[in-house]
Design a protein around this ligand. Structure first.
Ligand code: SAM
Length: 286
């Protein structure tokens, strides 16, 4: 451990929209450190000007992280303190910083978190979906096939699947979700959190898709998508007979959940919702 207490890297969360969402401690640190390493110095200038912070900035982003990390560690070795910030929210959460934090820790310097805004946590706190267990996937892949593969992999996950999505892919992404999940599956979208057009909608996937499809405003801005998992606590016993379940099991051994449920509806005459729920249970091994 280094003996110089000034040689600290602070990882500072900044607002995700509303400039007032910053802690007193974050402002103090940004004012007093020797340098602020910012993802985009022009972008961060707006925040710093707003709070009359004149600390010098240096850029630290995905394309210069290795060379910049060396320079920043050199500053720490001279006893300087550094604040790392990203364009919005918490650095390292789908933002640059991992390489720096790893190298600084390995070099034996202290890394101190200054917690605050984070879009995924803000979304979870208001979306009305289960929060006791969740998995964060960052941004989903760009291709439809790869996105569907992720949804398939999460079909029998008991927690909430959370991910970030951009305005130009939100509709395609919901369309891909519809190809995998039952249309009644509960999802939520948290859009433009803490900003003027903040919108949080929750409901059956097909309704949320319709809501986004029919309103071009719902396709603008920044999004967090939350897909509920299998709700074991609220799971109701259905009217499925043993034979219905066996039919479903056979189909599941040969086809995807979506196809198996579709065929099982035709073969058993049972409700799609019950069969879908059962299929997810069977897949999760319950
Ligand atoms: N580090 C940030 C954090 O702590 O949330 C995330 C950075 S990531 C590059 C940017 C993505 O986060 C956006 O494309 C969007 O999916 C999500 N995001 C950021 N701000 C948001 C907001 N105000 N409302 C909804 N989603 C937001």
């Amino acid at each position: 451990m280094m003996s110089n207490l000034n040689a600290i890297l602070y990882v500072v969360a900044t607002p995700i929209g509303n400039l007032a969402d910053i802690s007193l401690r974050a402002l103090e640190v940004l004012k007093t450190v020797d340098v602020i390493a910012a993802e985009d110095t022009r972008n961060s200038k707006v925040l710093l000007n707003h709070y009359s912070i004149t600390t010098p900035m240096t850029s630290y982003h995905d394309h210069n992280e290795d060379s910049k990390s060396i320079q920043l560690i050199e500053r720490l070795s001279q006893g300087q303190s550094i604040a790392l910030i990203s364009d919005a929210g918490t650095p390292l959460i789908n933002d640059p910083g991992y390489s720096l934090v790893e190298k600084v820790s390995q070099a034996g310097y202290k890394v101190v978190p200054i917690p605050g805004s984070c879009a995924l946590i803000a979304a979870l706190s208001v979306a009305g979906v289960a929060t006791d267990k969740f998995s964060f996937e960052g941004f989903l892949p760009r291709t439809s096939g790869a996105r569907k593969a992720i949804f398939e992999a999460y079909l029998n996950y008991a927690g909430t699947l959370v991910f970030y999505e951009s305005s130009h892919r939100i509709l395609k992404c919901l369309d891909d979700a519809l190809a995998v999940y039952d249309p009644s599956h509960t999802i939520a979208i948290a859009r433009e959190l803490t900003k003027t057009f903040e919108t949080v909608v929750r409901g059956p996937l097909e309704e949320i898709y319709r809501c986004v499809n029919e309103d071009s405003n719902m396709q603008r801005g920044e999004f967090v998508v939350l897909i509920e998992g299998i709700d074991k606590k609220r799971r109701k016993d259905s009217d499925l007979s043993e034979q219905d379940v066996q039919t479903l099991e056979v189909l599941l051994s040969e086809c995807s959940v979506k196809t198996a449920v579709k065929l099982a509806v035709q073969l058993t005459g049972q409700s799609k919702k019950d069969l879908y729920k059962k299929a997810l249970e069977l897949q999760s091994g319950d």
